[in-house]
Ligand binder design. Sequence first.
Ligand SMILES: [Zn+2]
Ligand SMILES: [Zn+2]
Ligand SMILES: [Zn+2]
Length: 255
Amino acid sequence: MKIIILGSGTSTGVPVIGCKCPVCKSTDKKDQRTRASIAVIPEGSLPIVIDTAPEFRLQVLDAGITRVENVLYTHLHADHTHGFDDLRAFTFFSKKPIKLWIKPDYIEDFKQRFNYAFVNTGYRGAKPKVIIEQIPEHNFYIGGQEVEPIVLEHGHIMTTGFRFGDFAYVTDFKGFPDKILQRWRGSVRVLVASGIHFGAHESHSTVPETVELMEKLGVEKGYISHLAHDVDYKRDTPRLPDHIKFAFDGMMIDV
Ligand SMILES: [Zn+2]
Ligand SMILES: [Zn+2]
Ligand SMILES: [Zn+2]
C-alpha cells in the first residue's frame, strides 16, 4: 500500500495570508502546506481519497492521480470539503459516479453545503456525479480493501478516523478513546495523525499529544500532519523522536 500526503496544513494553509512570520516566509517546500487530504493506494487498486481540501485540484495534479472512485470524508469542516467540485473532472473520463462516504448524521449537512450537485436547479453545466454512501459503524470494504472507521471527538463535533490494515489516518481530533487504543496497539504499524502545533489547543491534538498517542500505540512510523505556521520543518524536526516525522505536501509513504 502507498500513501500520498496531498495536503499537510491546518485550516488556514501555510503561508497564512498576510503573515510575515519566518515559516510563512520560508522557501523550504516542507513549510508550504495546503489543507489536509491524503490518498491511500492499496496494491493494484485505485486511490481512495480522504477529504477534498480547497486545493484538491492542485494536489491531485501534483500527485499524478488520474482516477478516483471513492472519497471518504472525516468531517465537514471547510478545510476538508471545499475542493468537492474538483471531483467533476474524474467523471468526465471515467463516466462513473464517485462514491462519497459520509457519516450518516452529516449527510443532510453535506447536501445543503453542495446543494447544486444534488437538486435539479435547471443549470445545464457539469456537476460532480456522485453517490452518497453511509459510513457504517462497523468495518466495510472498498473494492478488496477493508476499512475500519472510528469516531473521535473534535471540539463540539465528531470526526471519523480510518484504518486500512496496518495503516491508519486520524485527523482533527482531541483525545483518543482507550478502547480503540487497546485495539490498535501493535496492529497499526504506520499512523498519519494531525498535530497542529506545539502549544495547547481546545479542539485539536497538539504535536506533543500526538507524539504521546503514537508512542502509546507503539507505531513503527508516525507522521504528524494538519500543521500550522508555528511548526518550522527544519527547526522543529529534532524535537520529535526518530521514528516520528512531520508530514509535508507530496510526501509518499510505503506501508
Ligand atoms: Zn481541519
Ligand atoms: Zn505565519
Ligand atoms: Zn476540523
